[in-house]
Design a binder for this molecule. Sequence first.
Ligand code: HEM
Length: 437
Amino acid sequence: MQQPLSSRHLPPGEGHTIDLQNLDSILPTLLDLQQRHGDHFKARFSGQDSWLYVLSHPDMARHVLARNYRNYRKGVGIDLVNVLLGRGIMVSEGDLWKRQRKMLQPMFNRDNLHRLTPLMTDCTAQFIKRLQADIANDEPVNITEATGHAALNFILYALFSEDLTRLIDETGSNPFLMVTDESARDLLFARRFRGLSKLILEMIERRKKENRRPFDILSMIMDASEKSTGEPMPQKQQLDETLTLIIAGHETTASALNWTWYLIAQHPEIEQRLLAEARQVLDGRAPSPADIASLTYTRQVLEEAMRLYPPGWLLTRRAIDEDEICGIYTPAGTDIFIPPYLVHRHPEFWENPEQFDPDRFAPEHKARLPQGAYLAFSIGPRNCIGEGMALYEMIIHISMTIQSIHLQLLPDQHIELQALVNLRSRHDLYMQATSKQ
Ligand code: HEM
């Protein structure tokens, strides 16, 4: 006979608390508790009665994120993001989320990615130029800052195209640069970031008045309408989605590129293979959309870098109704942590998990990975909408740069993780760049 849910077992772990006020302490605490309890355990947030379940088995991730996703809302950590992003797609729920996802998804289709490829190559060319200037000035490269600017530049031009050029021409500076120039992600930042709304609304108004729609994501957002009713997206929603794409679209990519260069710099044999592939496929020219599929090893390197350093290192959810997750009783209101950082090191699915080995993602190995073992872009209906765009952008970035620049990590740096919203390096990473030609 089927047991009532409430009589089934809870995960191990008694008396552990997670301090949400001290975000910086969460990853070390989770790593410590995982050592003691394995791939699922429970804890509480300080001062709260309900449970927090920390799950790092792929089957459990699959249950929460895909199979029974309807029973889970976004979880803790969303509060600050709410101030930052309003009711944008990253934080919205239910019908609003579904409607927005349907309207936004087509903007990331293959056709649009192909049309954005020249912008990706332009942004990478600028990145290379910046590194070459450092070489000419005999200065080390701040690779964290340089990748941050490259990623921000791309998403801003993908969103605003000619209007951003005009804004910079008119004001002499790029007001959106505050996003990378300020590293804090607190309420003060959220308020200043929301202050950019005025500029975006002005762009929207100007386009409407001039009946002008350049090829960019803002135009697509302005013209998006609900299929069944033909209703356009309300203007407040247009704004929230635009702000969401700025944040979601650049911090993650910046983090992934920062860690990828860090790893490449320590593995000369992998750099050689990347170079050989880039030379063979591209032979010095800028990548076209057709080249992306041939740059398979470059993609593997990026996937493996995001396995070790997943930019979205922690996925949070909250159970709406009671549930059973792979035999574990889960009361309504339970908070769930699914940390890709831990899942990606699960010894049953990843041999020598700390080793950087892009061959893990060779097609024959990748095909054998169970769903849920790799969560860099998450899985299920709320997976990353920008996965394809990010991969295009990063493949182009690495394959172009690797042909002209060699990067070597400067000695005596403190390489330390900072696991806040995204997995960053606590201190900017500095490298010595040299020209390959
Ligand atoms: C390396 C780059 C990226 C990584 C690792 C990444 C990772 C993720 C992850 C893990 C999620 C799920 C979050 C959750 O469930 O709590 C997510 C969602 C999302 N990402 Fe990305 N992302 C990247 C780039 C981008 C780009 C370039 C865009 C758009 C320009 C983007 C837009 C979004 C949006 C809008 C969502 C929310 C989707 C929804 O809730 O329906 N991301 N991303």
